[in-house]
Write a protein that binds this ligand. Structure first.
Ligand code: HEC
Length: 270
């Protein structure tokens, strides 16, 4: 009975979690096979995020090995505080200080992809828009009144907030940005972020690629064994899949001995 109750609760709560994550996130699939992409994601992270966010459960050395970046390059371009290559990637800013500056301390990003999910991160990084009422001049559609400045603005350029109107039967109908349901409205409230052309260093396609690489890198950081860097019998496998194959092979070999041992134990009894 107790078991039934627990499994029922689990089913119900997972249903709720699925429902609340909604359909408002942009479509995105991380690429953990593309080493060059992951390297460029790591570079973007170090150049644009590491100044405020730590990645304190990851070591420089592991990143260098997994992504195939020579240690010397990591030491030269990724380490700014004289740490050793074997050190954890602690950020330079003390959380207390950062809280004073931004109103909220920038959270550690090692596990953020596990907490928020890849689609959330991708959408978040593409949803900053101009909002003069905010202290740094930008707001975020997904994370209202976010404390983080629009750090990729130079690359992406500006986005303005466009009302999410679609043609409806009763005048103007708007989609709720979170639930995607139609609501009738006359207001010009923000529904989506529209790119202002010619304002960023990168074209929209280049920017998308950069954000994709960055989020793929964050997914890798959240679970490094997911990276595809092994071949086994001609198949491309991730590190954890290789561990899986070896574990099964070991169990098969062990199984033979267990069967033989079992026979040995029972042979005098029958
Ligand atoms: C100038 C400092 C600064 C920089 C640089 C910066 N962030 Fe942030 N970030 C913050 C602050 C502050 C918050 C907390 C916002 C809040 O809670 O209102 C934050 C929040 C976040 C969150 C939300 C985490 C959560 O689960 O609530 C993510 C994701 C994030 N940052 C990713 C990034 C990425 C990726 C980069 C690099 C492209 C980056 N940040 C660069 C200051 C920064």
């Amino acid at each position: 009975m107790k078991k039934l109750f627990i499994s029922l609760m689990l089913t119900l709560t997972s249903g709720i979690a699925m429902a609340s994550s909604g359909g408002h996130l942009m479509d995105f699939t991380p690429n953990l096979k593309d080493k060059a992409g992951l390297q460029s994601g790591a570079k973007t992270f170090v150049n644009y995020c590491f100044g405020c966010h730590s990645m304190q459960y990851m070591r420089y050395g592991r990143l260098a090995t997994d992504l195939g970046i020579p240690d010397a390059l990591v030491e030269e371009h990724f380490i700014f505080n004289g740490s050793k290559i074997s050190a954890l990637m602690k950020g330079p800013v003390a959380p207390k200080q950062a809280k004073k500056w931004f109103g909220a301390a920038p959270p550690d990003l090692t596990l953020v992809a596990r907490v928020r999910g890849d689609k959330w991160l991708y959408t978040y990084l593409k949803s900053f828009y101009l909002d003069p009422s905010r202290p740094y001049g930008y707001n975020n559609l997904l994370f209202k009144d976010v404390g983080m400045p629009n750090v990729l603005q130079g690359l992406q350029g500006d986005q303005t907030c466009a009302p999410a109107y679609v043609a409806g039967t009763h005048g103007r109908t708007k989609r709720d940005p979170i639930t995607h349901e139609f609501i009738e409205s006359d207001s010009t409230e923000c529904g989506r972020a529209a790119h202002v052309s010619g304002t960023g260093e990168l074209s929209p396609e280049e920017f998308d690629k950069m954000v994709s690489d960055l989020v793929s890198f964050l997914v890798y950081a959240g679970e490094p064994v997911k990276i595809y860097d092994r071949t086994f019998l001609g198949m491309d496998l991730s590190q954890r899949e290789v561990y899986g194959v070896y574990s099964l092979l070991f169990l098969m070999v062990l199984g033979v001995f267990v069967v033989l041992l079992n026979r040995e134990y029972w042979k005098d009894i029958h």
